[in-house]
Design a protein around this ligand. Structure first.
Ligand code: SF4
Length: 214
């Protein structure tokens, strides 16, 4: 895993994303903060039974803090659900030194660099797929929770399969891995009620039970 992380944070395969991650200006509330501005490393247990796959780091979330699902509103929603499901020791994820630890869980994304407007191109998703494939081979989870359609299809592609239709709350088996589908916990989904905390909690609990997490 160490070698993987070392190689990942040096990746510059997508010129548009490299330019964006390195130059996106901080909003006033983050003025003066040192931004990470590189591919955002996954975190958690490298031998976890449950993998969570998001879309991509946020410009002022992971691209600022240097940890996936850390320091933005999507992270706060996800961590409330992880905590309620007994998979995290804190109901928040705000910085790399916040003391938050996940249990039985490894957290990553389909695309490792922050894309403008959270929308990577098809080419950028394909460029980043080998990283996700490598993670699935290294971690060998029993269950994956894919947050959003893009994470869902990228997970199946990384496993060498065509993704079935994305249905929130459903799951499909991909060889030995069971993949659960959830809407992404973005403010767009959570503020509109499309994704409720209880719904994400239920999916995490199902995946946790299937994976055999204690
Ligand atoms: Fe490399 Fe992925 Fe970042 Fe593209 S998005 S530069 S493939 S780490």
């Amino acid at each position: 895993m160490e070698e993987f992380l070392k190689a990942l944070i040096q990746c510059r395969k997508c010129p548009r994303l490299v330019a964006y991650r390195e130059s996106v200006p901080p909003p006033p509330r983050f003025f003066g903060q040192q931004y990470w501005r590189r591919p955002v490393p996954p975190w958690g247990d490298p031998k976890a039974k449950l993998m969570i796959v998001g879309l991509a780091p946020a410009a002022h979330g992971g691209n600022r803090t240097g940890r996936m699902f850390t320091g933005d509103l999507s992270a706060q929603f996800l961590f409330k659900a992880l905590y309620a499901a007994g998979l995290s020791n804190h109901p928040y994820s705000v910085s790399r030194d916040d003391g938050t630890e996940v249990r039985c869980v490894y957290i990553t994304s389909a695309v490792k660099c922050a894309p403008p407007r959270n929308r990577p191109t098809a080419e950028e998703v394909s460029n980043c797929l080998p990283w996700l494939k490598a993670e699935l081979e290294l971690v060998r989870p029993k269950a994956v929770v894919a947050l959003g359609r893009l994470a869902w299809s990228a997970t199946f592609r990384a496993l060498g399969l065509k993704a079935p239709e994305f249905v929130h709350g459903a799951y499909a088996d991909a060889g030995e891995v069971r993949v659960y589908a959830s809407y992404h916990p973005s403010p767009l989904n959570t503020n509109t009620g499309r994704l409720a905390l209880e719904s994400l909690m239920r999916i995490l609990e199902q995946a946790k039970a299937y994976a055999g997490c204690q």
